[in-house]
Design a protein around this ligand. Structure first.
Ligand code: DAT
Ligand code: MG
Length: 150
């Protein structure tokens, strides 16, 4: 099954939107297999966002993501990377469609509430930064029968 990493960024906690966002993930049917609060330090932020190290927004991004606790979540299931990206909406909330998390709840690119891995390969790398393998729990839900039946 495909795993992806979701981060509820410091603005999600500051705005008390953690429950609202997790509800949307659950309502879509995504299966949470890992969940914890983390306060990222600078080295961790540099590693997580290493692909953006040469961008002008990188220092501000690192400052923001380390400014307070976040919630790290792993979801596991068919097409989970793309499903989460679609739920999140465009990176720039001013372009994100209504119905998406960013399109409904955010307005600034630097405060866009949520991170989701952009490929299964990146997900593997990112998950390893946040979770020890024993922290990822395996369990079956009744709804998983629908996948094999459809
Ligand atoms: P995403 O979070 O949708 O995967 P990304 O990987 O391109 O987007 O960028 C990572 C984060 O960096 C993004 O969520 C917000 C910030 N960011 C991206 N582009 C930016 C820009 N032009 N100005 C300010 N912040 C930006
Ligand atoms: Mg990205």
């Amino acid at each position: 099954m495909e795993r992806t990493l979701i981060l509820l960024k410091p603005d999600a906690l500051q705005r008390a939107l953690v429950g609202v966002i997790i509800s949307r993930l659950e309502a879509r049917g995504l299966k949470i297999t890992g969940l914890k609060m983390v306060h990222m330090d600078k080295p961790m932020a540099h590693q997580h966002y290493s692909v953006h190290a040469d961008k002008g927004f990188f220092p501000g991004l690192v400052e923001f993501i380390t400014s307070g606790p976040i919630v790290a979540i792993v979801v596991d299931g068919k097409d989970s990377v793309q499903i989460v990206r679609t739920l999140m909406g465009e990176t720039d909330p001013s372009k994100a469609l209504p119905g998406t998390i960013r399109g409904d709840l955010a307005k600034d690119i630097g405060r866009n509430l949520i991170h989701g891995s952009d490929s299964p390969e990146q997900a593997v790398r990112e998950i390893a930064l946040f979770f020890d393998p024993v922290e990822l729990l395996s369990y079956t839900r009744d709804t998983e029968r629908w996948i094999t039946e459809s």
